[in-house]
Design a protein around this ligand. Sequence first.
Ligand code: HEC
Length: 140
Amino acid sequence: MLRSNLNRSYRSRVRDPERALVESRRSAMQGLDYAVKKTTIVIVILMLVTTALAVYADDTGNEPRSGSAVYRTYCVSCHETGSQGAPISNDRNDWEPRLSKGPDALLIAARSGLNDMPAGTCSDCSDVELKAAIREMTKF
Ligand code: HEC
C-alpha cells in the first residue's frame, strides 16, 4: 500500500512535475499547520501553568506577616529608642496609659498617625499585621 503510493507519487512526479510541485507545497503547508497547532498547544499549557503559579503566589502572599517582622521593619526606628516621643517598645510606663484607649483606637493611631507619628508607617500592612506589631510592643 505504502509502496504503491510512493510509486504512484514518484510516477506522477516524473510524468507531471507541476502537479508534483503542488503536492509538495501542500504537504509543506500541512507540516506548517501541524507546527502551528503544536506551538498553540504548548503556549496554552504554559499560560495555564503561569496562571496556576500566580494564584499560588498570591495565596502565599496573603499570609499575614508576624508582629515581630512588621515591628522590626516598620516601627523599630522610633519605638525602640522612643525617638520623637514614641512610646518605647515594651516599656510598661510608656504604654499603660495608652492601652486603656483600647485596641481599636491604637490601631487607628498606628494606621492614620498621631502627632509626631506620621500616617502610613506601614501603608501595606493589614489590620491583623498592625495589631500584631502593637502586641509585639506591649508584651509586658
Ligand atoms: C516616625 C516614627 C514612628 C514610626 C516609624 C512609628 N511610630 Fe508609632 N508612634 C510614634 C510617636 C511619636 C508616637 C506618640 C504619638 C503621641 O502620642 O503623640 C507613636 C505612638 C504609637 C502608638 C500609640 C497611639 C496612641 O493612641 O497612643 C501606637 C499604637 C503606635 N505608635 C504604633 C506604631 C506601629 C504599629 C508602627 C509600625 C507599623 C509605628 N507605630 C511606627 C512614632 C512612630
